[in-house]
Design a protein around this ligand. Sequence first.
Ligand SMILES: *Cc1c(COP(=O)(O)O)cnc(C)c1O
Length: 290
Amino acid sequence: MQIPSPIQQVSYNGTTLSIKRDDLIDPFISGNKWRKLKYILQAATAKKKNHLVTFGGAYSNHLLATAAAAAKHQLKATAFVRGEEVSNEMLALCKIFGMQLRFIDRESYRNKPELFKRYFANDEDAYFIDEGGASEEATIGCAEIISELTGPFDYIFCAAGTGTTAVGLLKGINQLNLNTQLHVIPVLKGGDFIREEIARYEQDLDKLHLHTDYHFGGYAKTTPELISFVKDFSSKTGILADPIYTGKMFYAINDLIAKKQVSKDARILAVHTGGLFGILGKLAEFEKIA
Ligand SMILES: *Cc1c(COP(=O)(O)O)cnc(C)c1O
């Protein structure tokens, strides 16, 4: 485990970029999922809960992180997995770490507290962790990314799914009163909802900037252009990105600089939020671009 995570400078397309390597914290409890679980696990332990129950899709980085974290702390783990029963590399790793999987139809999956109640109402040991780890505790863990920084940055970039990581970064920036703008790349279509999600936890949104045009069709959707970019970026920097989260973020940074919406001379920090096993679900797309 590597905390604080290192900050590495890379040069790409004539721009120097600093990257907060949260992907190096732990291979399985990776990136922002480690940050989010840190205080969730503390809360579970304080309540003497020894069974983590959580939720995710079939390629969820959060499920793998929870499975590995549970194993590390000798806790049980159960995941409700959205959709019909499938097998893939990610779920296989979850099972190796001892996680129990329950596949749940998409309709029932929507109401997570209800599912938890239905299966675990009588289980004193069970501890509810929301999809992706979204919670107040998670935002506190993610804010620590900012307290680890050793120098000033004009812009910090991150990818967003639920927006919890972005909340933490914004909280950290506001608490330390940094002169830094937070640029968020939603990976889902219609990413404007992220602003409302963030506002649930943090009132001061002055330093928040959303770029909603880099979803490439929606969550976990890709295009040949995105895949080619990820390959180019990884092959020229030695830093692996996935096409679901960080690939879209690095694409956006590169594109905003090319369009001169971001100065190439700015001090830019990109948060590598980890989750690289997600790339296993997209290998066929890389094969296609040859
Ligand atoms: C889960 C995940 C995100 C999204 O984080 P949110 O806090 O839900 O916005 C970003 N990057 C990676 C690699 C992830 O696994």
